[in-house]
Structure formats: structure tokens, C-alpha cells
Ligand binder design. Structure first.
Ligand code: NAD
Length: 353
């Protein structure tokens, strides 16, 4: 066995169907007396509805969360937090809202409760990506992570099948790369394997039967484990490509991950036999990269970067950007093979060799 370092995370996770009923208790456990609730504009009503549960511990709603955590929004939210004398933050929503909670938490030291409503996984990580003047910077610090995460299956029932599929494949990418991360360890590998297994079964079941609460619960369980993987070990080529493509061509985050994953896995496959063996077991003996590609087709999400807005003449630029500041990867980066990978993903073809 290879030597390893394992670091556990000090986060309290409350999981189930209807767990939002426990919000008051969780707020009390963190000694929060005036909770600021964060949402996107579209979810303001759900945020306001938390007032009934929080009673006199409700300080107000800031419904301004948007993608990529722009500094200007964080500053506005900080002013509001100070006006309403907030002593704790509750982020109700997807990765964008949870990102704003982290941005406030790390600047003020206020305890955060995250209540995720997508499968993005940000709630389980000490990572914060922020944008200022169009430039995105990412940092990692234990002070960024929420103290408590409440996973409530009921809150995910409104996630439409397409979002389930892309958000779920985005989450799976965290577990897939955890299996071959440079700092992988046996505990996180177990969780990654379990996460991929749960997602591979639950996602198509939710897409074909959106009211199947058990499938929804399994998908959210898988998403928790995927987030835990992302928060515990490093990432590699797949995440690098998605950061490059999202940043350079303003492509939608989850869709980009969903499209690129089979191609990035195929690129690395020969260098990561243990990860491939584990995933081959999950996919009943089939090749994992082909299986992930087929899963996307089964759930009828876009197959190609072309469909989500990437120009064909952007391929060469994407290759340059990937090489400009590369992440560690189990297989060395080869320009021709990376270009072929992006070209396959752009065209929506099955992963190449
Ligand atoms: P998001 O938060 O922007 O939500 C996507 C869309 O889903 C929004 O339109 C939102 O209104 C809608 N939505 C959310 N919950 C819903 C529900 N239950 N029902 C119906 N619609 C719902 O996007 P996301 O995919 O959750 O997160 C992506 C963002 O999170 C990116 O900015 C990404 O960089 C960040 N992220 C950060 C980390 C980290 O560790 N820092 C990890 C993963 C993702």
C-alpha cells in the first residue's frame, strides 16, 4: 500500500427528507441569534419562508447571490449583514449561493450553515472562487468551510431533470478525479467509489422518474460524498479543462463538466489502473469513460461543447490555456492528445483513444 495522509473535516452533516425542520436546533447549536439568509433572486421566497422556522433568530434575507461570487455582490451583502447585525449566515441554494456564504464567512468569521439545493458540492469544501474585474481567483482555507450542512431531499424535488443530470455529472467528476488524485487516500477512495456508484444508479432513475423520492435521496447522498471528495483531495486535468473552458468561453459550469468528464477520464485511463478497475466494477464490466458518455446520452443532455456555445476556433486557445498553468495530472500533458480530447468534446463524439 502507498503511504498516505488523511485529514478529516470538522463539519456537521444533517441528511434526510424533511431535515429543514431541524434548522432551529442547528442554528442554536452554533449559538446564532441573528441569522442572515442568502439566496439567489429566484429563490427569495424560499429564503423568506425560513423566517417561520427561525422566528426571532431571523435577521433578514439577502437575495442577491449570482454565479462566480463577484466581489461587488459580496461587499453589498457584507453591508447588509452589518445593518441587520447578523451573527451567522444561512446559504440556501446551489454553488453560487453557498459561494457567497463562504465569501462572507471568511471575511467576518461568522458561522455558516449551508443548505444545498443542487449537487454542486461546494458546501463540503474549504474552497472559494471569487471574481473581481472579470478575473476569477480561487483560494482554500479551513475558515471558508461551512460549520453545518443540512441536506434535505425535499428541497431537491424541484430540480428539473436536465439540471439533475448536469449537476449530478458535475458532482461525479469530483469523485472520479478523487480516485486518481495525487494526494488520494484509501478512505476518500472508498467514498469516491460509493459516490460514483450512488450517482450512476440514482441520476437516470431521477431523470426518468422525477417524483421518485428514494432515487432523489440516493442522488443527494451521492452528491454529498462527491463534495466530500472535492473538499478532501486535489483535482487534475478534468477540472483544469473545465476551469479553462468556463473562463475563456463563458460556458455553463455544470454542463461543461458533464460533457468533458468522459474525455478527460479516457485521456488518463492508461495511467490510473486502480481507478479504472474500481469504476469498471461499478459499470458492470463496461469501460468507465464509455459508460459516462452513454449516461449523458441516456439522460439527454448536450454531448458537445459546440451545443453549449464554444466556438470551434477556440480549441487551439483552450489548449494554450491548459498548458499555460497546468494542474498536476497522472498522465503527462501531451499537446496533440489534449487538442484531440477537446476536439472530441467540442464535436460531441464518444471519447477517443
Ligand atoms: P447555481 O447555484 O448557480 O444554481 C444553478 C441554477 O439552479 C440556478 O438558476 C438556481 O436558481 C437553480 N436552482 C438551484 N436549486 C434549485 C432547485 N432545488 N430547484 C430548481 N432550481 C434550482 O449553480 P450550481 O451548479 O449549484 O453551482 C455552480 C457554482 O458553484 C459555480 O460558480 C462553481 O464554481 C461553484 N462551485 C464551487 C465549489 C467550491 O468548492 N468552491 C464547488 C462546486 C461548485
Amino acid at each position: 500500500m502507498d503511504p498516505f495522509v488523511y485529514r478529516s473535516q470538522a463539519v456537521r452533516v444533517v441528511f434526510g427528507d424533511g431535515t429543514l425542520d431541524r434548522l432551529g436546533e442547528e442554528v442554536d447549536l452554533l449559538s446564532i441569534r441573528r441569522a442572515l439568509v442568502l439566496t439567489t433572486a429566484g429563490h427569495e421566497a424560499q429564503g423568506r419562508a425560513l423566517a417561520d422556522r427561525l422566528k426571532d433568530r431571523f435577521a433578514g434575507v439577502f437575495p442577491g447571490a449570482v454565479m462566480h461570487t463577484p466581489l461587488a455582490v459580496t461587499e453589498q451583502a457584507l453591508r447588509f449583514a452589518s445593518e441587520v447585525k447578523a451573527d451567522g449566515v444561512i446559504a440556501l441554494g446551489g454553488g453560487s449561493t453557498i459561494g457567497l456564504g463562504k465569501a462572507i464567512g471568511v471575511r467576518t468569521g461568522l458561522p455558516q450553515i449551508a443548505i444545498p439545493t443542487t449537487y454542486a458540492g461546494s458546501e463540503m469544501t474549504p474552497i472559494l472562487g471569487e471574481t473581481a474585474d472579470g478575473v476569477k481567483t480561487t483560494r482554500s482555507d479551513p475558515a471558508i468551510a461551512p460549520k453545518t450542512v443540512i441536506y434535505d431531499v425535499a428541497l431537491t424535488l424541484s430540480l428539473p431533470p436536465r439540471l439533475v443530470a448536469v449537476s449530478g455529472l458535475n458532482a461525479m467528476a469530483h469523485a472520479v478525479e478523487a480516485l486518481y488524485a495525487r494526494d488520494r487516500n484509501p478512505v476518500i477512495s472508498l467514498m469516491a467509489e460509493e459516490a460514483i456508484r450512488a450517482m450512476a444508479t440514482a441520476l437516470p432513475a431521477v431523470v426518468s422518474g422525477p417524483s421518485d423520492r428514494e432515487a432523489r435521496a440516493n442522488a443527494l447522498y451521492g452528491a454529498w460524498l462527491c463534495g466530500l471528495c472535492l473538499g478532501s483531495v486535489g483535482v487534475a486535468l478534468h477540472h483544469k479543462l473545465c476551469h479553462v473552458l468556463g473562463g475563456a468561453f463563458n460556458l455553463p459550469h455544470a454542463e461543461t463538466h458533464a460533457i468533458v468528464l468522459p474525455h478527460a477520464l479516457r485521456y488518463n485511463a492508461g495511467a490510473v489502473p486502480d481507478a479504472i478497475n474500481r469504476m469498471t466494477r461499478i459499470f458492470a464490466g463496461r469501460d468507465p469513460a464509455d459508460s459516462l458518455y452513454d449516461l449523458g446520452r441516456q439522460m439527454q443532455i448536450p454531448a458537445s461543447l459546440r451545443e453549449i456555445g464554444m466556438p470551434q476556433d477556440g480549441i487551439a486557445r483552450a489548449v494554450d490555456l491548459t498548458f499555460a498553468n497546468p494542474y498536476w495530472n497522472p498522465r503527462p500533458l501531451e499537446r496533440g492528445a489534449i487538442e484531440a480530447l477537446i476536439a472530441h468534446a467540442w464535436a460531441g463524439e464518444p471519447p477517443g483513444n
